[in-house]
Design a protein around this ligand. Sequence first.
Ligand code: ATP
Length: 322
Amino acid sequence: MKTIGILTSGGDSPGMNPAVRAAVLAAHSAGLTVFGVNRGYAGMMENDFAELSPAYVADIVNRGGTVLYSARSKEFCTEDGMTKAIANCRSRGIEGVVVIGGDGSFRGARDLSERGLPCVGVPGTIDNDIACTDYTIGYDTCLNTIADMVDRIRDTSYSHDRVMFVEVMGRGAGWLALTSAVASGATAVLLPEIEWDFDRDVLAAIRREQAQGKRYFIIIAAEGCTADGKESVDELAKRTQAATGLESRSVVLGHVQRGGIPTVRDRVIAAQMGTRAVQLLQDGIGNRVVALKAEAVVDYDIFQALKMSKSIDTKLYALVNG
Ligand code: ATP
């Protein structure tokens, strides 16, 4: 293999840039030419490529977001879209592609690999919702942002004896909510993976802590429990105020969770995973996903990786809602 491509796809996450940097430097050391594909699969179809040199990535290790931009593309999922994307790669001599993104992006990587363009996936998403890996790039930075925001919310909740509901990201997954709830000493956490009950998991938890002398309460809700037409954190706060008499408010943290300087953990794992992805392509191995298992960087067949499942950590859950 002489030339490879690299793209970032799906939701952006802090740590995508250090992964791009590592892949470009590993490829350069191996004598490979690297093309960056702007805006993920959309850019691959629309012929939006730029050659990447070590100088291009010299200043991105500490930058959040992705310098390659990211996008979602329905057209790419069609046979026509993929044919266009592959033709654009072939016209530049690209023989393999590093795809940094989530499960959806890996499905695209699988489809390209099946059509003769070997791809290696690198898990980049704040949600930590990719089954084959213990860790996804961006998760740690996002958790630190949430913990920082909740600390600020705590100051004001403490000062006014309030109940505060905080909705955090994660789409259908509760990893961000669970881990940030433990880190923030939350009164309760609501997760999409575990059935919850307002009286048992919210009101009783508040009353339990009240009996111990606590006067303010933080409840973390995963967006999978309270967004998209479900009972919102604002509605939960109103119900709580009515039931307890405690002043209750809500905040949806939103996109602030996606940005920011990647933490050391994200940068180091990104460096390891980005390098591993290039090594695989260099050895002519495609259709793989790089993963972290028990702190070791490993890789799996994409088909197998997409069939795996990952369950929420119930011991961690018991630390909050136990
Ligand atoms: P995140 O969950 O963090 O946002 P993701 O990679 O799962 O990341 P998606 O929007 O699901 O984000 O997918 C990114 C892109 O991958 C899609 O816009 C689409 O172009 C491509 N893709 C998604 N699913 C498929 C599929 N089943 N087959 C081919 N390509 C797909």
